[in-house]
Structures are given as C-alpha cells and as structure tokens.
Design a protein around this ligand. Structure first.
Ligand code: NDP
Length: 395
C-alpha cells in the first residue's frame, strides 16, 4: 500500500484526488487529510477515507473537527497549525504527498515533504514561484520526486524524454508551448473589464476550480505563475516558453523539438487525468475521466495572448526575467489583490495595478544563499504593501 498525505483535501484538487484514491483503494491509502477551516467537509472525508491523521491549519477549526468526530470509532489523531501540516507531510509511513493547498500557505508543508524525500505531487504552483531555488534544492538533496499536477506541466512532463533533467537543449528541445484557455474574459469588451463581478470572473468556460485560481485564470496571472513554475520544473527560461491561447483546453501543452517535431498531450479538461498520471507514474491507471471524443471537439483554435487585456501575464514574465525576490513579491501581491477583488473591495483591473505598484515599491533583492525565513519575510512585506495599495484603490 502506498501511503498518501493530502494537503488541501477539502479543495477542488483535494476532492478530485480523493476520487482517484477511492478508485484504487487496493493501492493507495490516505494517511493524512488536511484543510484550513472547513471542518465539516474534512469530517465527512475522514469518515469515508479513515486517515490516521487529520490536520486543520486553523486551531478553532481543529476543535470543531474534534467535536464532529467525537463518536467516530478509531478516529484520526487531530493536529493543527502549520506545524501539524509539516508533520504529516514528513511522516515515515507516507510515500506520496499531494501539495494542493492554495497560495503561499502551501510552501512550508510542501518543503517539508520535499526535505523528507517524498514523491511530491505538486499542484501548489505558488510554492515554486515563491521559493523555487529552495524547493528544487531540497528535492535534489533528499532524492524526492517532484511530479507536476498542473495539467500543462503534467502534459509537458509527458512529452519530454525521461532524461530531460540533463538540460532541455541536450535532449533536443527547442521550446515549450504552454497552452492557456484565455479564461472567461478572453472576448469580454476591454473597456468593461472594470465591471466584471467575482461570479463572472470565476465562471471558467472549461475548468471547474477553486476561487483563487479561477480569478488568476480570468486575469491570466495563472499562466504567468505557470511560466515561472515551468522554468523551475524544466530548468529553462522565459525565452524558451511561449504562451499559446487555446480556448478548447484539449491540448494541455506541447514541446517543440529541434527536428521540427511538436509533441502534445491531449485529454478532456478533468484534473483526475494529471492526478492519476502522477500517482501511477511510470505506470498508467484508470482515472474515471471519459475518453476524449475528437469528433465532438471538432476543432482546435490557437491565438497569441493579448497583453493589453491581460497585463498580469506581462507582469509575471517581467518578474520571471528579473528573478530574485520579484516572483515572490508578484505572488504575494496577487494573493492580496485577488482576495480584495473577491471581497468586492477593488475592481478586476485593480489586481494588475496593485501587483505592478507593489513590484515597483519594493526593492528586488537577491535570493542567493537565502533561506525560508528570508522568503517568508519578503512575502509578508509584499502583503503589507499590497494591502495598503488595495485600500487606496478601494471602490
Ligand atoms: P481550493 O480553494 O479549492 O482549495 C484549497 C485547499 O487549501 C482547501 O483544502 C483549503 O482548506 C486549503 N487551504 C486554504 N488556505 C489554507 C491555509 N492557509 N493553510 C492550510 N490549508 C489551506 O483550491 P484548488 O484546489 O483550486 O487549488 C489548490 C492548488 O492547486 C492551488 O495552488 C492551485 O493553483 C493549484 N491548481 C488547481 C487546479 C484546479 O483545477 N483546481 C489546477 C491546477 C493547479 P479549506 O477548505 O478549509 O479552506
């Protein structure tokens, strides 16, 4: 049996992962499930999947979970706080850790899993954006496996040869073509973007996801974060990554080789495919996803991204080129701005404005030789700055 810790069990990726676990109960066992505040949902999941540990990041929610599970026979040990998350990410009986917490909050437990040499199934792209060097170093030192869950990165991983870690030029790769759906605002009149509501921004045409990543898809910051994630995962730079808008979300990304070949991975837009791929790798297992019907898809379209409409994508490319603390600042400012937009405190164009001004306000510092505490401090300073800027832009 393969022991699995599922960080972010109550979220969109978490629920899809539990579906995959349940389909292959003869192979995978949930050892620990975690959430932030949704004790009710985690309690239901604990009754169904019977983990040894359950962690609520929020201490009050952990008390609620204790009450909710009081009558459960062989109830899980209940932990709380980021220390609890780190503990279950590094348990000796755990082989795989699904990192599916949203935002920089996922960094410490993801790093703990990498340092403990686990197979890390990485959905939490923000960890790599904030602390790419640190995380990749931890993976190399401990011998952990880092497998991408983001559908695009999982597709790229599938299109690369096994020895891609020798360097992309060495294995004949010319560039990565990272696809993007363009989100719900791809054709929205540009002059009306300030009227977009959180509901409209979260109504993604092809993917059902959590609210933060849905807004990131609407602004295309998600693609920007993914560009930075791809640079770390595949050891490349922004000059070798092209973003391609592909509204049908059937091709999940492509790899272009020196000889003119372009390899792509296709599939229905359902996260259970990359989740199952990464859990079964190098084998293949049933994911429960319906087979792709190319006749129903009928056509595949491609466009260049419009950087006037999506300034967040340009900001992320810029932060990736700058390096240093810029990606961490970009991420923190974005998290604050997206939360403010979801609370209807700023309008949608305000997200890019807050991120851009935060990047201009804070100095870009080198991360060479710096540890986690330094990055967490940068993250906090960027959050404070972005909060002030968001208040100034309040609608
Ligand atoms: P959701 O918002 O649906 O779920 C987030 C999960 O993280 C929940 O379990 C939530 O708990 C938990 N959580 C939130 N804040 C904290 C915190 N401070 N400490 C500990 N746990 C916390 O997000 P998604 O599942 O959509 O996304 C998760 C990650 O996967 C993100 O990084 C996203 O970018 C990435 N991803 C998601 C995809 C998708 O299809 N959804 C596709 C590709 C990548 P609670 O329920 O208690 O709030």
């Amino acid at each position: 049996m393969i022991g699995v810790t599922l960080l972010g069990a109550t979220g969109s990726i978490g629920v899809s992962t539990l579906d995959v676990l349940a389909r292959h109960a003869d192979r995978f066992q949930a050892v620990a499930l975690t959430a932030n505040r949704d004790a009710e949902r985690l309690a239901e999941q604990c009754r169904q999947h019977r983990p040894k540990f359950a962690v609520m990041a929020d201490a009050d929610a952990a008390m609620r979970l204790r009450d909710l599970l009081a009558d459960m026979p062989q109830r899980p040990e209940i932990l709380s706080g980021v220390e609890g998350l780190e503990q279950v990410a590094a348990l000796p009986e755990v082989d795989y850790v699904m990192a599916a917490i949203v935002g920089a909050a996922g960094l410490r437990p993801t790093l703990a899993a990498a340092r403990a040499g686990k197979r890390v199934l990485l959905a939490n792209k923000e960890s790599l954006v904030v602390a790419g060097a640190l995380l990749m170093e931890a993976v190399a030192e401990s011998g952990a496996e880092l497998l991408p869950i983001d559908s695009e990165h999982n597709a790229i991983f599938q299109c690369l040869p096994p020895n891609f870690t020798d360097g992309l030029p060495k294995v004949g790769v010319k560039r990565i073509l990272l696809t993007a759906s363009g989100g719900p605002l791809r054709d929205w009149p540009i002059e009306r973007l300030s009227a977009v509501t959180p509901e409209q921004a979260c109504a993604h045409p092809t993917w059902a996801m959590g609210r933060k990543i849905s807004v990131d898809s609407a602004t295309m910051m998600n693609k920007g974060l993914e560009v930075i994630e791809a640079c770390w995962l595949f050891g490349t730079d922004t000059d070798h990554i092209q973003v391609v808008v592909h509204p049908q979300s059937v091709i999940h990304s492509l790899v272009q080789y020196e000889d003119g070949s372009v390899l792509a991975q296709l599939g229905n837009p359902d996260m259970r495919t990359p989740i199952t791929h990464a859990m079964a790798w190098p084998e293949r297992l049933d994911s429960g996803v319906a087979p792709l019907d190319l006749f129903a898809v009928a056509r595949l379209d491609f466009q260049e991204p419009d950087l006037m409409r999506f300034p967040c994508l340009a900001l992320a490319f810029e932060a990736a080129r700058l390096g240093g603390t810029a990606p961490a600042v970009l991420n923190a400012a974005n998290e604050i701005a997206v939360a403010a937009f979801l609370e209807r405190q700023i309008d949608l164009p305000g997200i890019a404005a807050v991120v851009s001004e935060t990047l201009q306000t804070l100095p870009n510092e080198s991360v060479q030789g710096q540890g986690l505490e330094f990055l967490l401090d940068v993250d906090q300073r960027a959050r404070d700055c972005a909060e002030r800027l968001a208040r100034e832009r309040a609608i």
